[in-house]
Design a protein around this ligand. Structure first.
Ligand SMILES: *Cc1c(COP(=O)(O)O)cnc(C)c1O
Length: 432
């Protein structure tokens, strides 16, 4: 008889796992096949030597608590607005606001008069207060929807004048010119890939111009023999100037000198600006439209506005984000490298591995090329897979044959969970 390998013997039996009190709710409420699959997956990790046998029930429970099909991830990539990881994490205040708004709410009702009221007026008021240069504001489901609505309302059936240097692809095959033509507007391209002047725009503008569009090429940089025109320089050409800023930055941030912001663009003469709620603003997925009252009103009154309107919980989270002193996104971008260093030393003390310098990034297609100096814990690259599949899932960056866990975008309060996740994958930490 051959000896059963140790690891085999230490894999907990399925019935023992199912009897664990941690899984009582899941066993009572969820589909049996789903529960058994989760147990089998965790047993597989034990067999592979990447999960402690004692952590099986907890791993299964955490996996199954994700009934929404979207699970929690600790973002140790160093990329703050990681598109694949859901971009901006919401603040505690925003989460509370969403929960409060989840049932019946006064999202479209005035409790004083008992009459219908403007939908989401709390969020709209907070946005207006944050950007006094905006006469009026409107919110859509995302940034692309804000741009779609603006161009449709101002230029459908007419021309939209745009620089050849700004017909960009944002990501995942999403190309701005494709979006623009779906509005029914005709693209009137001006300038060249690297240079466009005010005269190029002026020459193209005529009676059939619906608007001029300026797009911030957020995810790449063109250097060398280049020139482009600021939205403000196009004021006075007699047609509305729409600026798609992308990032949703409302006022300048010295850390990000090349990122345009709504207040500056409007003060310089842009008539309407659009941006995202879940990039640099650090809020929920949303599209922001700010600017001249008559143009915002045209957008709001357009039939498409109804199709692009935003959910009550999003409005609540947006209002809470705008009223808060800071956001997790802002804090991660502006994290003190010395604090990140101390945190990395503490995590490495529990997990083994080396503390190494690590450059973070803004992400979300923002501030390309900007490096945010910080620190990471370097571990063997083999841990990347098991950590991704653990609970909570931990996603780091594999670089130079090592797994780097960069703490910039990990909430400091979760460092212990991060270290515990590594310890579960790596039962015998080697101290360095
Ligand atoms: C990100 C981005 C968009 C799209 O915004 P979403 O919120 O992702 O829909 C549009 N334009 C620019 C310049 C962007 O950077």
């Amino acid at each position: 008889m051959t000896a059963v390998p140790d690891v085999r013997r230490s894999v907990p039996r399925t019935d023992a796992v199912l009897a664990d009190p941690l899984l009582a709710d899941a066993v009572a409420q969820l589909d049996r096949g789903l529960v058994r699959d989760a147990v089998r997956a965790a047993q597989e990790l034990v067999r592979a030597g990447s999960l402690e046998p004692s952590a099986v029930a907890a791993t299964v429970a955490a996996r199954l608590s994700d009934t929404a099909g979207v699970g929690e991830v600790l973002n140790a990539t160093g990329v703050v607005l990681h598109t694949n990881l859901g971009r901006a994490p919401l603040s505690a205040a925003a989460v509370l606001a969403m929960t409060a708004a989840a049932g019946y709410t006064d999202v479209e009702f005035d409790l004083t008069t008992g009459q219908r009221a403007r939908r989401g007026r709390g969020a709209l008021a907070a946005l207006r207060a944050a950007v006094p240069a905006a006469e009026d504001v409107h919110v859509t489901g995302n940034g692309a929807a804000a741009l779609l609505l603006a161009v449709t309302a101002l230029a459908a059936g007419r021309e939209v004048v745009v620089s050849r240097g700004e017909l960009v692809e944002i990501g995942d095959g999403f190309r701005l010119p494709d979006l623009l033509v779906t509005t029914g507007a005709r693209l009137r391209e001006v300038g060249t890939t690297n240079r466009t002047s005010v005269a190029d725009y002026a020459d193209a503008i005529g009676p059939d111009t619906g608007c001029v569009l300026k797009v911030h090429p957020s995810n790449f940089r063109v250097t060398g023999f280049t020139s482009s025109v600021e939205p403000g320089e196009l004021a006075g050409l007699g047609v509305p100037v729409v600026a798609d800023l992308g990032s949703g930055l409302l006022s300048p941030d010295p850390l990000l000198p090349d990122e345009p912001d709504a207040a500056t663009a409007l003060r310089a003469g842009a008539d309407l600006v659009t941006g995202s709620g879940d990039k640099l603003l650090g809020g929920p997925q949303a599209g922001l439209l700010l600017g001249r009252a008559d143009l915002v009103e045209r957008c709001r009154r357009h039939p498409l506005a109804r199709a692009l309107r935003v959910d009550k919980t999003t409005l609540a989270a947006l209002a809470a984000t705008l009223r808060a002193r800071t956001t997790p996104t802002y804090d991660a971008l502006h994290a003190d490298p010395d604090v990140l260093h101390a945190r990395a030393i503490a995590v490495a003390g529990r997990t083994g591995g080396a503390v190494v310098p690590s450059d973070g990034a803004v992400g979300g297609g923002g501030a390309p090329g900007l490096e945010l100096p910080g620190w990471a814990v370097a571990l063997p690259a083999e841990l990347a897979g098991p950590l991704r599949q653990g609970s909570p899932a931990v996603v780091g960056r594999v670089e130079g044959g090592r797994l780097l866990l960069d703490l910039r975008a990990v909430p400091a309060a979760r460092d212990a969970d991060l270290a515990a996740a590594v310890q579960r994958c790596r039962p015998v930490p080697c101290r360095s």
